[in-house]
Ligand binder design. Sequence first.
Ligand code: TYD
Ligand code: MG
Length: 455
Amino acid sequence: MAKAKKTVFFCQNCGYESGKWMGQCPGCREWNTFVEETVTPSSGSSSKRNVDRGQNEPVQLSKVQMNEDERTTTGIGELDRVLGGGIVQGSLVLVGGDPGIGKSTLLLQVCRQLALQGRQVLYISGEESLRQIKLRAQRIGDISDNLLLLCETNLEIIRSIIEKKKPDVVIIDSIQTMYNEEVSSAPGSVSQVRESTGVLMQIAKGLGVSIFIVGHVTKDGNVAGPRVLEHMVDTVLYFEGDRHASYRILRGVKNRFGSTNEIGVFEMRDVGLVEVQNPSEYMLNGKPEGASGSIVACSIEGSRPILIEIQALVCNTNFGLPRRTAAGTDYNRVNLLMAVLEKRVGMNLSNCDAYVNIAGGIKMNEPAIDLGILLAVVSSYKDIVISDKTIAFGEVGLSGEVRAVTMAEQRVMEAKKLGFETVILPKSCMGNLKNVKGIRLVAVSSVKEAIAAIR
Ligand code: TYD
Ligand code: MG
């Protein structure tokens, strides 16, 4: 007797699975996100088939062959950096981001570069017509004949075309438009996206094709519906950026072939995305001079230091409850740092509103920017102008101590390269900085000392 079809409720936000409908998702606490989807139980024959084949034997680690040429550089340095040195053969990469941020543009540029290198590339779009893709391609430059375009959403057709054409790299734009006939729910639903990714995974591993998948992100920053997607793919890259600024940041969130948290910085121009060679200089563009409440801090993103401007505005509150906001950094961290100032330095901030902002809309959460946030708040509260040739970094602890951070030397060198003259840094980092010359180092061990240093 054929197995009956089963229906399951999925949270469209996080992929939580439940046998019955629920108003609020226990996984992500969103309301009204459960949708009923039909799942067909698998026949169970596939695992038996694998056992029958019997060719897979355990091997010793030392006998595993490594092939150094497995990585293909994309010709876009910032992307290679995030990927960990290039595209790995047979890898599945998810590129997520808000609509309109530039995912299709970046991937078309990747296609262009790879095609110029003589690789066979297949760009499959389920969202745009061939003419729309051509219009975009005209903006980014000449494209070689090695690039093939296809408008298709049916995965079985896509699979047969990939098997026939045997491209080196395939782009799927976007996973939310793809569908698998065996799954009855609509494209973009959790089970559809999960099944489709599974099929693409098989194609990638089976044929050794590298596949890039585009995934749209909902307003809370999850890939729409399928957080489930993240653990299936090899690499997850997210595009961030301010709608009103032209720079875009590509952040590696997961990478089975390299380090994570690496970022690539791009600028959206009329010819597509252009790499930003010196992100620190770019981020500090337009920093006000002689204004209080502003200081430059240094955060390590992946393996390189990036200088950013932290701004704070502290003013008396008109209501009983002070208002605080943090843009680009952790709100709770800002509250904690203000509590440290209140208790350890004796500043009366409990009747002040405070707004903290990382200029440019970039998001930074490294603890090393604590000292920068704290000094920006003090600078605004006391109306002290901090010299624009000064940077500060260090983690702040609850007893008001300034704690060591990693890679102090790289941070100081980056500041020196950009013409800064003074660095306020944790005393415990000084041991690593014996060889640094030509820049004034102010070592502090407590918040009080750091405040004394900016006066
Ligand atoms: P797109 O790649 O279509 O975004 P996504 O695929 O993430 O939805 O990017 C579209 C935006 O980029 C659109 O607002 C126009 C802008 N753009 C440029 O500014 N310059 C260009 O050369 C291109 C191709 C797009
Ligand atoms: Mg697109």
